[in-house]
Design a binder for this molecule. Structure first.
Ligand SMILES: [Mg+2]
Length: 114
């Protein structure tokens, strides 16, 4: 098991419990989904589609009653796919996504709803 230290500036120190809880949720979900395989094989488009799918799951969780744990865990899924996309961008700078590939139906439906 590895550990790292997170330094939180004094100005936002009051957010420490929320940040800790959210990071714990992200790690919990990453560990729970570890059996699904590593993200290194995902391309940008697939990871983005999965992120949008997680946004939909988060939206469904928000609409339920007594949804605090489910909402936290679905928000962690969203963050984890954002993490994956950021990781792809940083580590595979040579992968230039096709802008057309991001014009998927789900993005369009989210944009209409808001
Ligand atoms: Mg999910």
């Amino acid at each position: 098991m590895s550990k790292f230290t997170v330094t939180i500036p004094d100005e936002i120190e009051d957010l420490t419990p929320s940040i800790r809880r959210f990071i714990d949720a992200m790690i919990y979900k990453l560990n729970r989904n570890a059996h699904k395989g590593k993200w290194e094989d995902l391309n940008t488009h697939t990871a983005f589609e999965r992120l949008i799918g997680e946004v939909d799951e988060l939206h469904e969780a928000i609409l339920k009653k007594d949804n605090s744990v489910e909402t936290l865990l679905e928000a962690a899924d969203v963050a984890n796919f954002a993490l994956i996309l950021a990781n792809i961008a940083v580590e595979r700078e040579d992968e230039t996504p096709n802008p057309e590939s991001f014009k998927c139906k789900k993005v369009a439906s989210v944009a209409k709803a808001s």
